[in-house]
Design a protein around this ligand. Structure first.
Ligand code: SIN
Length: 563
């Protein structure tokens, strides 16, 4: 029998021809680094000599943002952008560090593309006026983060890189006449020319959207780029903003796209832990600058877990902290930057300000931290041009899975991924030769449910807690099975109801994504990268495979070569 979250094609009932229509060449859903970079590229006239179809001209683009352009995971990103940009660095060294972090599952062609196109992506940003931190001689200063063997992370104001990147790209977006930005616009579902999402051969024709002022609308597009970001909000503890509810992943799944490697969720080791307060990320760059991780008594513990101590790969540090917390039964360990004196505030002014707002003085106080969900490594399976398994649908950034991160993402590779693969997806849409398909008659009929309704706020918070406790840093088969059953029960009462507002649709999406992550985590009976199974604690190379999930198929499609 199908799980309940596999049964719904669209979240709401509608008749496409009765709704207002909007037309565009390229619809970009999501406005973080990947979405903005894709929109800029799709709209631009192309670049002779760079392999582009010169003279083709740019495309009309609609860029949808669920909130505002400056409200995304990108805007909150701290550490920076990793790229082999410094003359003492090399793309081969960046390649090797990325492959080593990825625990055997990186797609090597994707990694090669990322590291080779990285320095050019940085030069492009410099040309567009992005400001990076520089030393006294005015040279760019490159920072070090976990599992990088070289200093190669470019940053702005210490740990406010995302804000400056968003400023730079948003300026470029607003300068581009062919891009229209739709603020506060919630994409509910991708439209396809087949009634059900169980076939992989349908074409994506655009999306059905909701705007608080204009209501439901249909945006018909020759190409749709999904850049909706990750799903950190599926966990109770997360560094992600409230908008990161996995909508892109859930709608792609409902439409029939292949979803790869979703069991791999990265947990950031150091989120500020002040009971009741928001979970502020304390950048890995702080450990790169020499911070120590200590327990309540001030004892450093990381060298017991890894030779790189505080700069070990993120999964190692997160698990070490989880182990310390389990042993001590305390809610937090501590970052100690007291030995850095005023240097900390000079290098990380925005972090110092955040700490000060909680009466923490980094020159005198230990900073309480614990791990939390940070990055969705798996996602909508794509090739190197961002093409998904559905024609007309592209994906880039955190919502996508190119295989570039394997089973564990190297620090600060994600902004670079958004730049490199966002540009590629935008270019592929600019160069495609596609007729318009809309408007088409699409009918979504959903019978009224006779089942009782569950309190959605309660479902949302219970599912986030269940994910954190059972599908978090450590997982085990029996608990994953229990959580799957629980999600199926909630889905029974939640996914067959019709709601009319974004909070409810987000909850339905969270339930779908949570169930998918749990299903995939249950399937992978081994420990690899960020996926740690206490009941299968070893790596099992028989499972050196990508698992791809499609709606209405309870078993994955396995591939050893591509995600
Ligand atoms: C950080 O600043 O620690 C986060 C950077 C990243 O997620 O790559």
């Amino acid at each position: 029998m199908l799980d309940h979250f596999d049964q719904r094609r669209y979240l709401i009932p509608f008749r496409s021809l009765l709704l207002p229509h909007i037309f565009t060449d390229t619809l970009v859903i999501g406005s973080g680094v990947a979405g903005m970079r894709a929109a800029i590229e799709a709209a631009s006239p192309g670049d002779e000599g760079a392999g582009d179809t010169a003279g083709e001209g740019g495309r009309d683009v609609i860029l949808l943002t669920k909130d505002r352009l400056d409200m995304s995971c990108t805007a909150l990103a701290q550490g920076g952008i990793a790229a082999a940009h410094h003359e003492d660095d090399s793309v081969d060294a960046h390649f090797q560090d990325t492959i080593d972090a990825g625990a055997g599952l990186c797609a090597e062609d994707a990694v090669r593309t990322l590291v080779e196109e990285g320095p050019g992506a940085i030069d492009e940003l410099l040309g567009w006026g992005m400001r990076f931190d520089r030393d006294e001689e005015g040279e760019i200063s490159y920072g070090r983060e976990g599992a990088h063997r070289r200093d190669r992370v470019l940053h702005t104001d210490g740990a406010a890189t995302g804000a400056e990147l968003v400023r730079c790209l948003a300026q470029r977006v607003s300068d581009e006449e062919r891009i229209r930005v739709f603020d506060n616009c919630f994409a509910l579902d991708l439209l396809t020319n087949a009634a059900n999402g169980d076939r992989g051969d349908q074409r994506v024709l655009g999306a059905i959207t909701h705007h608080p002022q204009y209501g439901l609308q249909i945006i018909w597009a020759k190409a749709t780029i999904l850049a909706g970001g990750g799903a950190g909000q599926v966990y109770r503890e997360t560094t992600n903003p409230a908008v990161a509810t996995g909508d892109g992943l859930a709608m792609a799944y409902r439409a029939g796209a292949l979803i790869a490697d979703v069991e791999f969720v990265q947990f950031h080791p150091t989120t500020l832990y002040v009971a009741g307060a928001g979970r502020w990320l304390i950048s890995e760059a702080v450990r790169g600058a020499g911070a120590h991780l200590v327990d309540r008594r001030g004892r450093r513990f990381m060298s017991e877990y890894h030779e790189m101590a505080e700069l070990a790969p993120r999964d190692v540090v997160s698990r070490a902290i989880a182990d310390q917390l389990f042993q001590s039964q305390e809610p937090a360990v501590y970052l100690d930057v007291r030995h850095l004196g005023s240097e900390f505030t000079r290098r990380f002014p925005s972090l110092a300000e955040t700490l000060q707002s909680y009466d923490l003085d980094p020159a005198k106080d230990l900073i309480p931290v614990h791990p939390s969900a940070h990055y969705t490594i798996g996602g909508v399976a794509t090739d190197l041009q961002g093409r998904t398994s559905l024609s007309g649908l592209y994906a880039c950034g955190e919502v996508a899975c190119t295989g570039v991160h394997g089973a564990n993402r190297l620090a600060s590779n994600s902004l670079l991924e958004g730049l490199v693969f966002g540009k590629r997806a935008g270019r592929a849409c600019r160069e495609m030769d596609e007729e318009s398909h809309g408007p088409m008659r699409i009918i979504s009929d959903i019978p009224m449910s006779e089942r009782g309704e569950l309190d959605l706020i309660d479902v949302r918070s219970s599912l986030r807690s269940a994910m954190w406790r059972n599908v978090g840093i450590e997982r085990s088969g029996p608990k994953l099975k229990d959580v799957s059953d629980m999600f199926n029960f909630w889905a029974h009462y939640t996914l067959d109801h019709i709601f009319d507002e974004p909070m409810a649709w987000e909850t339905q999406n969270l339930l779908t994504v949570g169930a998918l992550i749990t299903r995939a985590a249950n399937w992978r009976c081994e420990t690899r990268g960020v996926h740690c199974r206490t009941d299968c604690p070893q790596r099992d190379d028989a499972l050196l495979q990508h698992a791809r999930w499609r709606v209405r198929r309870p078993e994955p499609i396995i591939s050893s070569s591509e995600p």
